[in-house]
Design a protein around this ligand. Sequence first.
Ligand code: NAD
Length: 467
Amino acid sequence: MSDYKLLIGGKLVDGDAAMDVINPANEEVLATCPRGSEAQLDAAVDAAKDAFRSWRKVPMAERRAMIVKLADAIDARVDEFARLLTQEQGKPLAESTAEIAYTAAFLRYLASLDLESKLIEDNESRRVEMRRKPLGVVGCIIPWNFPVLIVAFKAPVALLAGNTIVIKPSPTTPLTTLRIGELCAEIFPAGVVNIVTDMNDLGARLTSHPDVAKISFTGSTETGKKVMASAASSIKRITLELGGNDAAIVLADADPKAVAPGIFGGATMNAGQVCLAIKRVYAHETIYDELCDELAKLADAAIVDDGLKQGAQIGPLQNRMQYEKVKGFLEDARANGTIIAGGTVEDRPGYFIRPTIVRDVTDGMKIVDEEQFGPILPVIKYSDAEDALVRANASPYGLGGSVWSPDRDKAYELACEMDSGTVWINKHLDFGPNIPFGGAKQSGIGVEFAEEGLYEFTQVQVINEAR
Ligand code: NAD
């Protein structure tokens, strides 16, 4: 029997079946974990529906205090959770430690937000007030790249607004979330937080469930389309945080040596498995060769190893499917471009791929047009910044992007023209719970974080009173 439990209706329970979780650094079974059944998912939704009746009436200050208590409980176990996260997800321990610490910080910050009614008019003819009410049961569907932090993008705002939740982790990274479920069982009233695992077979049931009012989904654009179609059956509210193909545009006046570390880090964090990672670089022809060489130097020097090993900078890919997918991108790079660093898989168990820099590539190639979601960075030459912008914007994605130049005005002008939800200047991958985050085009619908993110878990209600 597994040491890990699902959380349904306030009880920590075994799954109706079991599944193995693999450590991607050695391909060995890390733990056996409960696998929820359709009946267990339905029971979780029922429990959340029942709990909603009273949770919505709990004063906001009390709901807030419980979320903060969860943040404190996570903070008290950062080291233990970080270790487990590295073992199931693969990322270096320092990145796992940051993920767990950020999880507590996001819970705490988002719990501090307020939902106030707004008096729109109050005069001799009418009094009009706008309130924000909770929606009901919210399904939170989580991917495997930041399996813990992404829970903290959704759960605190959903709960603070008075909703109850059913969390469905990704099948390859459920363990740390289940441990956090043990803390939730002690803090929240029964049914307010539920966690059910699956093997990619319960998501569709959750998104089509008639008693679920909203789905907050983070994952691939392909699955996001299915979620959207499925949610249509009952006009569920949806927030979709999907894939990206972030472009970094490096202008002619940028210093290749100075910008290369930021670009390399922005492309290879979490072995490149970041929705907002840099996935293609447009470099001006005058600095192209030098920037390629600087990036190659960084890639050659990077330490690829088991995330638990001290000094490891880049861990394995998270799962076999993604590993095979990224190997396909390597083949494309080999066939259509010039690999100047990396390009190889490590000769050992585990899903390790060396950071890879590919030059002499252009738009229209798989390696440039598609989301690699791995440690592979294509560098594309351009001669005119306006043209680079058009090419960057030609993607169906629009999550993030960046412009690199000491000329702030020029960089700002181009940044404003980029068709993506976030654009950075002279950096990439900087975000926080107070900064709204969302994707343009096929990178998503809606936003997370800040008041804007909280509002997505509410229904506007207008009370319009005669005088
Ligand atoms: P995925 O779409 O394969 O899976 C995400 C989740 O959806 C998992 O929990 C999975 O079990 C579930 N799921 C699978 N089929 C489903 C269905 N039919 N209905 C409902 N849910 C279903 O994504 P992934 O491979 O886990 O994550 C990688 C992708 O996520 C990348 O494309 C990445 O860019 C994206 N991502 C986006 C963000 C963002 O904030 N925009 C953040 C992280 C990851």
